[in-house]
Design a protein around this ligand. Structure first.
Ligand code: HEM
Length: 505
């Protein structure tokens, strides 16, 4: 009897292995030239995920794929094919391919899959055309006053904390970036820096990101019907409900529902007109999008607003925190930035103009070098909608998840030299930059679906730096070796922005 059961089980497993290989024969042939860890029958490389117990483990694993295997690296998680790209040439092909414009399923976990950041390519095209007006260079230039006002509030608040003791300043910076985004995108002044709302919102955001990160690295939780049974799902929904209350309150304040009702979709939309006029803010451009291209619902608008708060605020705050930490860690670099700032706009109460910003060339090198070592988006993950020819050797099959390893490329010693892991703003001197592949450095991603807020982020960050550096000296006990990376939805430092600040005379 037992013999029969065992023979039956073994035959079933063999049949399944043969069937699985046969049904995937085309895909396996297509990726035969690619490197990767050994494949086990049926489960492929899923065993790798067992080691993903912490975000640091994930970071080390991703790093190691690139070190051990030549790009592209192919990983089979169950039936899904994941292709990791570690070379600038391949990233260029990926990010410019018209068949690689849709985000991978992981972005859906953010629950904003109708917002511009995660939407599928066919919806995204119209959104991008309409929304670039309200996030592009024109709004960044028009928003310099807001950037100055809110950065001055941050700098004043820091005076209360300038006691020379080390603490994590991330939340202080993040409240400033939230204030700015709310103001420029929605025309509302919440003054999060001086009220309790900011702490409450950031607490929700941190918890949400932790939950989503855990899900991203647990494929067993990918199917919604399984995930719905978990405690994480319940908590995620509670957080979303609380955050949405705030979003709906904003929408009510701006009469969004009434405005949506009065919107009629135009038959032949015109390109948005921005020349010589103050550009529309984000919320108004959403209403324009609804009128011109896609009828939006209240839920659509809420998703767009949540998207922009996350895409615009957390990214900028995290990058700013890293910049301040790098300045604190490298006093000689901080001194050069201070000198440049004092030559450009020395008066502590003086607003920073767009002309001033253009003169802050060394400060720009410092920001670039920080974003090289600590890109907030360490990877970009897309899905191929057709086969994509990477090069003469490799073609990525349709329906693969493609992961562009920005973090690894930006630290690759074959590109950046043996000191690639060290902080050196001179890496971005024009003569050095000219010798590198343009896709060796892409903290804002690249190609048609790159970051929409590049100019916005640049103007805002430089203004914040001026307001802080001309008033305070930054110090830290952290060293480059003691920094621990947290690989979550955004790349963060586990140590936080641990600095002490002292008032300058
Ligand atoms: C230092 C700050 C920032 C960095 C490093 C950054 C980086 C990025 C990256 C890497 C992407 C592409 C993600 C992907 O392909 O999966 C992205 C997308 C995006 N970012 Fe940023 N970002 C920053 C600030 C901002 C700001 C301030 C805004 C708006 C005010 C913004 C708006 C967006 C939007 C709307 C997208 C989606 C674009 C699309 O899918 O068409 N970002 N950002």
């Amino acid at each position: 009897m037992w013999n029969t059961v065992i023979v039956y089980l073994i035959s079933t497993v063999i049949a399944l292995v043969i069937y699985s290989r046969w049904s995937r024969r085309k895909i396996l042939a297509a990726v035969a030239n690619m490197n990767g860890p050994p494949l086990l029958p049926l489960i492929g490389n899923s065993y790798i995920l067992l080691k993903f117990t912490t975000t640091e483990a994930i970071y080390h694993h991703l790093k190691n794929f690139g070190n051990y295997y030549r790009s592209p690296v192919c990983i089979h998680i169950g039936p899904a094919l994941h292709i990791f790209l570690y070379s600038p040439e391949e990233l260029q092909v990926m990010l410019n391919s018209p068949y690689c414009l849709s985000k991978s399923r992981h972005y859906r976990f953010l629950r904003v899959d109708r917002g511009i950041f995660a939407s599928p390519a066919h919806i995204w095209r119209g959104q991008r055309k309409s929304l670039r007006v309200s996030l592009g260079p024109a709004i960044a230039n028009a928003s310099a006053d807001v950037f100055n006002d809110k950065s001055a509030i941050l700098a004043n608040r820091l005076e209360l904390l300038a006691d020379g003791k080390e603490r994590d300043y991330y939340h202080d910076i993040a409240k400033c970036t939230l204030d700015v985004i709310y103001y420029t995108a929605l025309g509302l002044d919440f003054d999060m820096q001086r009220t309790q709302t900011g702490d409450y919102y950031l607490g929700l955001q941190d918890e949400f990101v932790d939950i989503i990160t855990r899900r991203m690295f647990s494929p067993t939780l990918y199917p919604e019907f399984i995930y719905r049974w978990t405690k994480s799902y319940k908590r995620e929904q509670e957080i979303l409900r609380s955050a949405r209350q705030l979003t709906y309150k904003i929408m009510q304040e701006r009469n969004v529902e009434e405005k949506l009702k009065s919107v009629e979709v135009q038959e032949n939309p015109q390109e948005p007109e921005v020349i010589n006029t103050k550009p529309l803010n984000f919320l108004d451009s959403l209403l324009q999008l609804s009128r011109e291209r896609q009828q939006l619902t209240k839920e659509d608008i809420a998703q767009h607003l949540d998207t922009i708060l996350f895409a615009g605020s957390d990214t900028t705050a995290t990058t700013m925190a890293s910049i301040l930490l790098m300045l604190a860690m490298h006093p000689e670099v901080q001194e050069k930035v201070y000198q440049e700032v004092m030559e450009t706009c020395p008066d502590k109460d003086q607003s920073v103009s767009l002309d001033d910003i253009a003169k802050l060339t060394y400060t720009e090198l410092v920001c670039k070098e920080t974003m090289r070592l600590f890109p907030v988006a360490p990877i970009v993950a897309r899905v191929s909608t057709h086969d994509i020819k990477l090069n003469d050797r490799n073609t990525i099959p349709a329906n693969s998840v493609i992961i562009g390893a920005i973090y690894q490329v930006q630290r690759d010693p074959t590109i950046w030299g043996p000191n690639a892991h060290l902080f050196d703003p001179d890496n971005f001197l024009p003569e050095k930059a000219a010798k590198r592949h343009p896709y060796a450095y892409i903290p804002f991603s690249a190609g048609p679906r790159n970051c929409l807020g590049i100019r916005y982020a640049w103007v805002f960050m430089k203004i914040m730096i001026v307001h802080i550096i001309r008033r305070y000296q930054l110090k830290t006990s952290l060293t480059m070796d003691s920094i621990n990376i947290k690989y979550s939805v955004l790349l963060k430092m586990l140590n936080g922005c641990l600095i002490s600040i002292e008032k300058r005379d």
